[in-house]
Design a protein around this ligand. Structure first.
Ligand SMILES: *[C@@H]1O[C@H](CO)[C@@H](O)[C@H](O)[C@H]1NC(C)=O
Ligand SMILES: *[C@@H]1O[C@H](CO)[C@@H](O)[C@H](O)[C@H]1NC(C)=O
Ligand SMILES: *[C@@H]1O[C@H](CO)[C@@H](O)[C@H](O)[C@H]1NC(C)=O
Ligand SMILES: *[C@@H]1O[C@H](CO)[C@@H](O)[C@H](O)[C@H]1NC(C)=O
Ligand SMILES: *[C@@H]1O[C@H](CO)[C@@H](O)[C@H](O)[C@H]1NC(C)=O
Ligand SMILES: *[C@@H]1O[C@H](CO)[C@@H](O)[C@H](O)[C@H]1NC(C)=O
Ligand SMILES: *[C@@H]1O[C@H](CO)[C@@H](O)[C@H](O)[C@H]1NC(C)=O
Ligand SMILES: *[C@@H]1O[C@H](CO)[C@@H](O)[C@H](O)[C@H]1NC(C)=O
Ligand SMILES: *[C@@H]1O[C@H](CO)[C@@H](O)[C@H](O)[C@H]1NC(C)=O
Length: 734
């Protein structure tokens, strides 16, 4: 008995917050997507402030003064709202004629619940209004009451005598309460000195006569607040479009999506037979219904077997039936059958038994083989190593082979999104309707397994909005399978170069894409430990979403830089046209190789030309070299794309071309770091709005410094070594 109870306790204490995050603020549990502290602990916009100046500490919504009393994962949150009040003191003649208070959660993913709350006013000479705003339009409702004496009032009912309640509209994020009196309480001053109005959880509030008399037993006098209910949801999408359009689709494994009743967005719920927090990536866990007899309907003599999401009942050998309490149960076979029938049955069962045993044996052996095979793959693919590394992180990143086969209709050709040097990418749909990109790697070389695993672990930890998110991987298949978030709008290459798309991106978007890409690479180089060198930055590896937000992808060639090295010697790898000539010649890989490749992407954005076009005249084949030559000859305008020339500010264009030129420097050390590139691009974006160049001497000198760099671009030494390089790389390419 002790073991099941222990297990049950374990199940009951399933985590509600992400690993490493506090589960409670004071006494209040804060389930993910809510959380506080580290930004990894909550979904954006669902942050909570835990104020430790209180004992015990109290949670508040974001940075508001709305205290959180409890959070229901199914879309509701209890908070407190202020009571608006207006008290009259006849003797001191302190009457205030009108009181207004406003409340708001503008720009937060909450609305005041129209089903749970009631707008309530108390008083005997009282007029009150509530005006809520929704989508910029106001809705006013309210009530007025005049009563002449205390005798007519009754406890419990709030029905217009001294107390009135009215429903509010759906979807208020903000409201204003107004309160005033008709006769300054002169006629009722002997028993009703104050009027009150507030929005309140109608299940909580009970009217009683002393409230009218000014005792207001129902709320804490110091706080002057009452509980109210907010609806929350994952905003802006509905279940119908969330799984395909929401880049951060919230519902994890084994969970279902449902639309929030007030149209605010969608919510997630564990599927039948599962429990836990559906907002975790690894989702809900199976419930073991056999653990507790109240959770299954197997009869006392039946055998309960847990299955994912459900359970089965069966009968022990020697008995028959379905093993269910209200079914046929389990009974010994009847004994009064005639001899003959018994013999027939005996033979029949004998044959059946033999068939069963042999098929069971066959199946068992097959199963063992399959399992052995999988274990081999798992080990060969570094599964054990991965598990070890992961146990220190708590990322659930394992998918099974069957899951992914199902998601891609057995790797259907029509679902292929692209092919690269390192594998084929398929579009897949997981059982919870989440759309993902699944990369099937080519056979991995055993010596690289450790490196590969390290990358999977590191990448699954990178959280950067401009890096494609790795959701997980599958290692028990023959080749490793990686699962990424699905980016909707294809590659940058497609948008710049493919027929019918040429010139389709505005200059502003181009500059933003460049900045975002630079940010992502800078993040890889300097914000993660150990740093990561991407090694294959190119327009085909920059994905765009519907709003042209850039996401860097394809880390198949990436390398980790051990902390005590600043350069690595590796087999030269990369894409012709983007390959850093210095790296090509020396095999020394440094972060500056990514800077060179980024420079090529920048030139592609400026010119709309491909990095390598073999059918052009000799001097124009390699875009980077052609660009540098034109830069030297001061003839750069000829190659820039028309749309760029039209839309870009002259100064902006000048600075961006200079930056590209520096990124394409022959010598790695002369190239800027990715961080500098990011900062400069960010600066150019605000060029016309913020003429900081004039005001900031240091920056101005910095720009002058750039000029001399530009001259360095055009030295003869540079030119000749580049020519050498192009000869080699073109020969290599054929
Ligand atoms: C915590 O609450 C106190 C008292 O209400 C307030 O003064 C303080 O600003 C709050 N701190 C934070 C971090 O919100
Ligand atoms: C109303 O309730 C209060 C206490 O809540 C009690 O003192 C009072 O007698 C009740 N009045 C009536 C009319 O029931
Ligand atoms: C109520 O009080 C206000 C302010 O003292 C005064 O202007 C107003 O005339 C009074 N109204 C009545 C009905 O007595
Ligand atoms: C309340 O008092 C005002 C004068 O202050 C009077 O005009 C009015 O009729 C009274 N109302 C009631 C319901 O007694
Ligand atoms: C109101 O009445 C209900 C049931 O009668 C009770 O459960 C609840 O606690 C009461 N609320 C308050 C604030 O007293
Ligand atoms: C999703 O659907 C809702 C309701 O139909 C719509 O308001 C919203 O704009 C849609 N979002 C996207 C990204 O399509
Ligand atoms: C959530 O799922 C449970 C069973 O898994 C179901 O009973 C319940 O009705 C669901 N709730 C909503 C709001 O869909
Ligand atoms: C079985 O579950 C029920 C309700 O889920 C619970 O009340 C009961 O205590 C549990 N029994 C055991 C032995 O844990
Ligand atoms: C079985 O039947 C009894 C009586 O008809 C009923 O009370 C009980 O709830 C049923 N149990 C299940 C698991 O359906």
């Amino acid at each position: 008995m002790a073991l099941p109870v222990l297990l049950l306790q374990f199940l009951l204490s399933l985590p509600i917050s992400k690993a490493g995050c506090e589960e409670k603020c004071g006494d209040i549990p804060i389930p993910y997507p809510f959380g506080f502290g580290n930004p990894n602990c909550y979904r954006k916009r669902y942050d909570v402030t835990c104020n430790h100046t209180f004992t015990p500490p109290k949670p508040f919504i974001s940075n508001t003064n709305y205290e959180i009393l409890n959070i229901s994962p199914l879309g509701q949150l209890h908070t407190k709202t202020f009571v608006t009040y207006d008290c009259y003191d006849q003797e001191k003649d302190r009457s205030i004629n009108r009181v207004r208070s406003s409340f708001g959660l503008v720009d937060l993913p909450y609305t005041f619940s129209d089903t749970k709350n009631k707008f309530t006013a108390i008083g005997c000479d009282t007029v009150s209004y509530i005006t809520g705003t929704r989508d910029g339009r106001g809705f006013t409702t309210g009530c007025s009451m005049v009563c002449s004496d205390q005798q007519s009032l009754g406890n419990g009912s709030c029905s217009g005598m001294g107390c009135c309640q009215t429903s509010i509209q759906k979807g208020f994020k903000m409201f204003v309460v107004e309160l005033y009196s008709l006769y300054n309480h002169t006629n009722v001053s002997n028993f009703n000195p104050c009027s009150y109005a507030f929005m309140v959880d109608s299940e909580w509030f009970n009217f009683s006569v002393p409230d009218i008399l000014g005792y207001m037993g129902f709320y804490n006098r110091n706080e002057k607040m009452v509980p109210a209910v907010l609806d929350w949801a994952i905003e802006k999408y509905t279940c119908e479009n969330a799984s395909s359009s929401d880049p951060n689709y919230a519902c994890g494994k084994n969970s279902e999506c449902f639309n929030s009743p007030n149209g605010l967005g969608y919510l997630c719920n564990c599927s039948q037979g599962y429990q836990g927090n559906p907002y975790f990536d690894h989702g809900c866990q199976d419930i073991d219904e056999c653990m507790n007899s109240t959770m299954n309907d197997c009869s006392s003599s039946g055998v309960c077997t847990n299955t994912p999401g459900s359970y089965t009942c069966s009968c022990p050998p020697g008995t028959r039936g379905d093993g269910r309490e209200n079914g046929s149960g389990c009974a010994s076979p009847p004994r009064n059958l005639s001899q003959l029938i018994q013999v027939f049955l005996g033979i029949g069962f004998g044959i059946l038994f033999l068939l069963f045993v042999s098929s069971w044996l066959y199946w068992g052996i097959q199963h063992r083989r399959q399992k052995k095979r999988k274990e081999n793959f798992f080990q060969q693919n570094g599964g054990l190593l991965l598990r070890q590394l992961l146990s220190s992180h708590d990322a659930n990143v394992e998918f099974t082979e069957e899951e992914l086969e199902k998601a891609t209709h057995n790797y259907d050709k029509s679902l292929i999104l692209g092919r690269g040097g390192y594998g084929t990418v398929y579009k897949g749909t997981l059982p919870n309707n989440k759309i993902v990109a699944i990369k099937k790697s080519k056979i991995v070389d055993e010596s690289q397994v450790e490196q590969f695993i390290n990358e999977v672990v590191i990448l699954s930890q990178i959280e950067h909005e401009n890096v494609v998110k790795l959701l997980g991987c599958c290692l028990d298949s023959e080749v490793p399978l990686l699962v990424y978030e699905f980016i909707t709008n294809g590659t940058l290459f497609h948008h710049i170069h493919d027929e019918g798309h040429k010139s389709s991106i505005s200059w502003d978007n181009r500059l933003r894409i460049a900045t975002e890409t630079a940010k992502a690479i800078a993040h890889l180089h300097s914000a993660v430990t150990p740093p990561i060198i991407h090694r294959d930055i190119k327009s085909a590896n920059i994905l765009l979403d519907d709003f042209f937000k850039a996401k860097v992808s394809d880390f198949g060639a990436s390398r980790l830089v051990p902390l005590d090295h600043t350069q690595l010697t590796t087999l030269v790898q990369g894409t012709l046209g983007y390959l850093d000539p210095e790296y090509f010649q020396t095999s020394h890989l440094t972060e500056k190789s990514d800077v060179y490749s980024f420079g090529v992407v920048l030139v592609e954005l400026l010119t709309g030309r491909k990095a390598l076009e073999l059918d052009r005249p000799e001097r124009e084949k390699n875009l980077a070299i052609h660009f540098m030559n034109l830069m030297k000859e001061d003839d750069i305008l000829n190659i820039l794309e028309d749309r760029v020339l039209h839309e870009a500010d002259k100064d902006q264009l000048c600075e961006v071309t200079k930056l590209a030129c520096r990124c394409l420097s022959m010598k790695g050390e002369e190239r800027p770091t990715m961080k500098e590139v990011d900062r400069e691009l960010e600066g150019f974006r605000g060029f016309d709005n913020h003429p900081w160049v004039e005001h900031n001497h240091e920056e101005a000198e910095y720009l002058l410094g750039e000029q001399s760099n530009l001259q360095r671009c055009s030295t003869a030494e540079y030119d000749s070594s580049l020519r050498g390089h192009v000869a080699i790389s073109l020969n290599n390419g054929r």
